[in-house]
Ligand binder design. Structure first.
Ligand SMILES: Nc1ncnc2c1ncn2[C@@H]1O[C@H](COP(=O)(O)OP(=O)(O)OP(=O)(O)O)[C@@H](O)[C@H]1O
Length: 254
């Protein structure tokens, strides 16, 4: 597969929560405009690594990180990084859909308003464009001013993706985005992920190996805080180089 260059590179990333180490010497490069899946058994550090990419671990009082994370060549782990700007460029979608208790329109317009867009026409265009990109427009165009809480779980998750897209990110982090959804809603999100990679880089944490195999171009297998193997998804699933990867994907542990 043609690699478009790397958008994120980690160099010897170690992360401790107090005394306990959650990431050990993680060094990977995430290809641009591709979908990368992080897999591995519960507690191996997938979410911790994902949260490093937009500094969400800053919110955890006892988290301490060393090493470098280069986003388009600039280290983002230091105090000089503008975290608000970073999170605009690297958005996040969580396990449980978390729309604000506000209208569909206001959920999408929130980010652009915070970043200074006030013009109604511009906001209208952003709302429509983001909902279209998230494959939700047709379902909600006649109820934009109704509460987002009235949407189904799958629609709420696509709304959260639209909300992320509204501030024009480059990377979308997804932490088990389908784990609260039924198979039909999950299939819609998976189709959407495939569509999104034309314009964005997606990094997804998933417990579901079939999902990783279906949606991702690259896969990283983690175990006990270490990145055991990282490569093209086809290679990881069909000819893993590490015995541990092989044991995991064949269901021998985890
Ligand atoms: N806020 C925190 N404070 C202390 N320890 C934490 C915190 N968050 C995670 N950990 C620990 O760090 C390790 C990695 O957790 P993490 O959530 O990154 O794993 P994971 O692979 O995403 O797990 P899961 O698949 O179960 O979500 C675990 O041992 C976990 O208990």
């Amino acid at each position: 597969m043609q690699n478009n260059g790397n958008i994120l590179t980690t160099r010897d990333v170690n992360l401790h929560y107090g005394e306990s180490q959650a990431l050990i010497d993680v060094s990977i490069s995430i290809p641009k405009n591709r979908v990368t899946a992080l897999i591995g058994p519960s507690g191996c550090g997938k979410s911790t690594l994902l949260r490093c990419f937009n500094r969400m671990n800053d919110l955890v009082a006892n988290a301490r990180i060393t090493g470098e994370i280069l986003f388009e060549g600039t280290n983002i782990t230091g105090p000089e990084t503008d975290v608000v700007e970073l999170r605009k460029k690297i958005g996040m979608v969580f396990q449980k859909p978390n729309p604000f208790p506000a209208s569909i329109y206001d959920n999408i317009a929130y980010g652009p308003r915070v970043h200074g867009t006030r013009d109604r026409k511009k906001l209208d265009a952003i709302v429509e464009g983001s909902l279209k990109k998230a494959a939700l427009w047709d379902e909600v165009k006649d109820r934009l001013h109704e509460s987002a809480m009235g949407l189904s779980g799958g629609q709420q998750q696509r709304l959260c993706i639209a909300r992320t897209l509204a501030v024009e990110p480059e990377i979308i982090l997804m932490d088990e985005p389908c784990s609260a959804l039924d198979p039909i809603a999950t299939a819609k999100i998976e189709d959407l992920i495939d569509e999104l990679k034309k314009n964005y880089t997606v990094i997804i944490v998933t417990h579901n190996m079939q999902q990783a195999a279906r949606v991702s171009d690259y896969t990283g297998f983690m175990y006990l805080g270490k990145m055991i193997e990282f490569g093209e998804t086809v290679q990881i699933f069909e000819s893993p180089q590490e015995e541990m990867t092989n044991n995991y994907i064949t269901g021998r542990f985890g």
